[in-house]
Design a protein around this ligand. Sequence first.
Ligand code: ADP
Length: 438
Amino acid sequence: MERKWQQRLLGDLGWLLVAGILLGLFTDAYAWSLVLVLALYLGWVLHNLTRMLRWLLRREQDKSAPPEGVGIWGDLFDAMHRLQQRDQQARGRLKSVIQRIQDSTAALRDGVVMVDSNHCLDWWNDAAEQLLGLCFPEDSGQRLENLIRDPRFAGYFARGDYNEPLELRSPLDDQVRLQYVITRFGRGERLLVVRNVTRLYQLEQMRKDLVANVSHELRTPLTVIRGYLETLQTHPEGVPSHWLRAVGQMEKQTERMGDLVSDLLLLSRLEGSDDGVELRKVAIYPLLNRIVTDAAELLDDESRIQVDCDPSMGLLGNEPELHSAFSNLIVNAVKYTPSPGNIEVRWWQDSKGAHLSVRDEGVGIDPLHIPRLTERFYRIDSSRSIATGGTGLGLAIVKHVLLRHKGVLSVRSVPGKGSTFSCHFGGESCVTLGEAAG
Ligand code: ADP
């Protein structure tokens, strides 16, 4: 193709030269003859250029075929026509793809909102209008934070860590729960997907209420049974001797049930409120001392618990909740460390925040089990756990308390050598206490 038009161009130039020479032979003025031939050729080029421009401008409206052209101009008109047809087909295909994407996104039951790099609304589907109350065209170009005004959403949006979805009440209806998931794309743009999770939330709420209510209702009968069993134990003369062992066992089991009910109630309370925890300055040193004194009663003479803690370093948090979490870790270390064994409790602060570590020289944990330890009732060795009086809820409580304090739990362990359970709190939770705190 390329050769063809090059040959044509060379041919045209050749003919011009021949025409100029022939005219020169007749007129005996070669230079003027060549100028005249070239001027005529230039006029022909300009004429074709004008036709092409006119056709291009007209094509935007009437899509007519290109004008007829001679020689190289014919090739040029045909090539442009082919290019335009190809471009038109590609544009048509792209348009239909975009249309299909828009139709399918509009048909989604989940709200989809596209937000540009300045956090302004670019596009959204019908479901987003229903779920978030967006209006077209008024809200187009508005900042997303101005339309979803919950500070928790603003915090989530600004933080930029979208691994976990955010669940909040709907801005339009208190009874509706919405889940927000954000994904980054393009150059700083974000895609927000909003899902109505009210049904799931209600089911989860029903489960929590059921556990909380059953646990609550079990407390009274358990207290009565425990009372009678204690009475029987304090007056063994009224009990046939072959029943005494059974009464002892019954008391032990009711005590276990009592612990289970208390742990279940505590877990329900921790899960119950969305609004986070009321933060106060907590003096960690006396808190750890109280827990360690209680835990030491479970130890024999050959084992030790050592506390390494600066009394001036405190934490912003909820004292009873922190007590439950720390005491679960320390009591676990005692339970799962055979005698003789040492346990070390450390509380310190550094540039990353505040940390508590509980290190023991006990049975250790196979790495296989570590990711599942904080699940409710997850036990590595059920018989050992029950023998040590465990409810299987201790680490689940630790996890929930840490979640409410924006902290994380980490576990390092070597089977047969011991384990270290550490709680890490962010720098914003660190406080320094006055003299009186120690
Ligand atoms: P439990 O009441 O059974 O101790 P937890 O939730 O406190 O329940 O702990 C879950 C499981 O994790 C326990 O059954 C035990 O197997 C394991 N575990 C917890 N702490 C330790 C520890 N310090 N050393 C070894 N295993 C531990």
